[in-house]
Design a protein around this ligand. Structure first.
Ligand SMILES: Cc1cc2nc3c(=O)[nH]c(=O)nc-3n(C[C@H](O)[C@H](O)[C@H](O)COP(=O)(O)OP(=O)(O)OC[C@H]3O[C@@H](n4cnc5c(N)ncnc54)[C@H](O)[C@@H]3O)c2cc1C
Length: 444
C-alpha cells in the first residue's frame, strides 16, 4: 500500500492519520515532542462540541461548559456581558487528553508514530512533494500531510512555483498564555471571563478568565504581528490593576505562541502535499476555532481520498493537484469562507478608533445575538428590520460611525461570497484567477 507521512502530530494530522490508516494506507507520523503526553499545549481551549459529535468522538476528560463572555473596551470604559446559548455553548477542552485520545485512535487504526523526530524540510522531485527529511534522514511518501503548525518548515521550504500560501508579518498573532496561581484573599471578580478588545489601544486582545478552576487565573496577552517583552509587562501590569486575583506564580503554560490571523491558505495543496490546521491558517484567533477546523480538515482530507478510491482513481493519480484540490474545496465550503468573512470583520474592528469601540459596546447598536455571532466566529448578516432599528437607536452624531460599521459588514459578506466561489474542479488558470482575486481582496 502507498506510504503517507503525517508531518507533526497536530490534531488535524492525527485525525487524518487514523482515517487514512483505516483506508489501508501505510501511515507514519513524525512528531518532535518526546511523547504524546509532552506535546503542546498544557492547558484547555474552547471548542464547539459539534466537532466531536460530527467525528463520532467523546469529549475529552476534564472538558467543561463555558457560560459567558464579558467584552471590555480598549481603555476599560465599557463592559458588555454576553451569555452563551445553553444548547450550543462552547466547551473548554483539555489539550493533553484530547491529544491522547486522537493518538490512541490513530495508533489503533495502524498509524505508526515516531516521537522525538524533528521534520526539517520537504523532499521535492518532478514538481511534487515526495517525502520529508526528519533528523537528517530522507523518508519517501506518496503524500505528505503537513500538520506542523503555523511555522511548518515543510510548507516554508516548498518551491514558490507550487503556489502554496505563506503568511505576511501582520498575519500572525503572538500570544503569551499563562495560568497564574490565584490570590486567595483577593475579592471575587464580578466578571469571570473578561476579553479586553484592543487592550490599551494595541492591536490585539488580552483576557483574564477565572471561571472553572478555583485556584488558577487564565491570562492571555496577544498582539497582531509581534509582542515585545516591554509590551507584555505593561499589559500584565495593567491587567493586575483591575484583576487583583492574578498571583505571581505561573502554574501552567507561561509560554509565547504564534497563531495565524489570516484567511485560510488559498493554496493548501500541491502534488503529493496537503496542509491541515495551522499550517494552512485554519484559525480565527481571538475567537477560537483552530482546533475544530484542524480536526475537520483532517477528516475532509481522508474523506476526499476515500471518495477518489471508490471512484477507481489510479494510485499514481491519487495525490495529484486536481484530486487534492477537492479537499481544499471542501474546506472552503465547510468553514473557510466563514473564516474569510470573520477575518475581514476582525481586522476592521481592530482598525477602529478606540472611542468607536467604546460606543459600539456601550450602545444598543449591537444586539446580544450579534455579539454572540461575532464571539463564535460566525458570519454576521443584518436584515432590513434590524438595520432600521440600528438607525433608530443611533444618535445623529454617530451616523458616520454606523455607516462605517455597515461598510465593514458588507465587505465581510463579499469576502464570504468570493471565498465560497472557489472553483469546484481544478483548472490551473481558473484556480489562479480565484486565488489572485482573493489575495487582491485581502491586500485592501
Ligand atoms: C494561546 C492560544 C490559545 C488558543 N486558543 C484556542 C481556542 O480557544 N480554541 C481553538 O480552537 N484554538 C485555539 N488555539 C489555536 C489552536 O491551538 C490551533 O489552531 C490548533 O492547535 C491547531 O493547530 P495544529 O494542530 O495545526 O498545529 P499545532 O497545534 O501547532 O501542532 C503542530 C504539531 O507539530 C509538531 N511540530 C512542530 N514542528 C515540528 C517539527 N519541525 N518536526 C516535528 N514535529 C513538529 C508540534 O510539536 C505539534 O505537535 C489557541 C492557540 C494558542 C497558541
Amino acid at each position: 500500500m502507498q506510504k503517507i507521512i503525517v508531518a507533526g502530530a497536530g490534531m488535524g494530522g492525527m485525525v487524518a492519520a487514523e482515517k487514512l490508516a483505516k483506508l489501508g494506507f501505510d501511515v507514519t507520523v513524525y512528531e518532535k515532542a518526546a511523547s504524546v503526553d509532552e506535546m503542546r499545549y498544557d492547558w484547555h481551549d474552547d471548542v464547539n462540541p459539534s466537532i466531536f459529535r460530527r467525528l463520532g468522538l467523546k469529549m475529552p476528560e476534564g472538558s467543561f461548559k463555558k457560560k459567558s463572555w464579558t467584552f471590555v473596551s480598549p481603555h476599560g470604559a465599557v463592559v458588555r456581558e454576553f451569555r452563551q446559548d445553553e444548547n450550543n455553548a462552547d466547551y473548554s477542552v483539555e489539550r493533553r487528553p484530547l491529544n491522547r485520545m486522537l493518538y490512541e485512535r490513530a495508533a489503533a487504526a495502524g498509524a505508526k508514530f515516531v516521537f522525538g523526530a524533528t521534520v526539517q524540510r520537504a523532499v521535492i522531485g518532478k514538481g511534487a512533494v515526495t517525502g520529508v527529511v526528519a533528523d537528517g534522514k530522507e523518508h519517501e511518501a506518496a503524500l505528505v500531510v503537513d500538520s506542523l503548525g503555523v511555522d511548518s518548515p515543510v510548507r516554508k521550504d516548498l518551491p514558490v512555483e507550487f503556489g502554496v500560501s505563506q503568511y505576511r508579518e501582520n498575519e500572525i498573532f503572538v500570544a503569551y498564555r499563562a495560568f497564574y496561581e490565584k490570590v486567595a484573599d483577593a475579592p471575587a471578580p464580578k466578571y469571570t471571563n473578561k476579553v479586553y478588545l484592543k487592550h490599551m489601544g494595541e492591536p490585539g486582545i488580552s483576557w483574564v478568565i477565572q471561571d472553572n478552576d478555583p485556584s488558577l487565573v487564565n491570562v492571555l496577552v496577544g498582539r497582531v504581528g509581534s509582542l515585545s517583552t516591554y509590551d507584555l509587562e505593561r499589559a500584565l501590569n495593567d491587567l493586575r490593576k483591575t484583576n487583583p486575583t492574578i498571583g505571581e506564580k505561573v502554574v501552567r503554560g507561561g509560554e509565547m505562541c504564534v497563531i495565524p490571523v489570516r484567511y485560510p491558505a488559498t493554496r493548501m495543496i500541491a502534488r503529493g502535499y496537503a496542509a491541515v490546521g495551522d499550517s494552512a491558517f485554519m484559525t480565527i484567533p481571538m475567537l477560537g476555532s483552530g482546533i475544530a477546523s484542524g480536526m475537520l480538515a483532517g477528516n475532509l482530507l481522508a474523506e476526499t481520498v476515500g471518495e477518489n478510491m471508490s471512484r477507481g482513481v489510479k494510485p499514481e493519480d491519487m495525490f495529484s493537484k486536481s484530486k487534492l484540490w477537492k479537499y481544499q474545496v471542501k474546506c472552503y465550503r465547510e468553514f473557510g469562507a466563514v473564516h474569510c468573512a470573520v477575518d475581514v470583520l476582525k481586522r476592521g474592528v481592530l482598525g477602529f478608533p478606540d472611542d468607536m469601540l467604546d460606543w459600539m459596546l456601550g450602545s444598543e447598536v449591537l444586539t446580544n445575538d450579534e455579539i454572540g455571532c461575532l464571539a463564535a466566529g460566525k458570519v454576521l448578516r443584518v436584515g432590513f428590520k434590524e438595520a432600521i432599528r440600528k438607525i433608530n437607536v443611533t444618535e445623529y452624531s454617530r451616523m458616520r460611525t454606523l455607516i462605517k460599521v455597515n461598510n465593514l459588514l458588507q465587505k465581510s459578506l463579499m469576502a464570504y461570497r468570493l471565498a465560497r466561489n472557489i472553483p469546484r474542479n481544478y483548472d490551473s488558470s481558473i484556480c489562479a484567477t480565484w486565488e489572485r482575486q482573493m489575495k487582491r481582496y485581502y491586500k485592501k
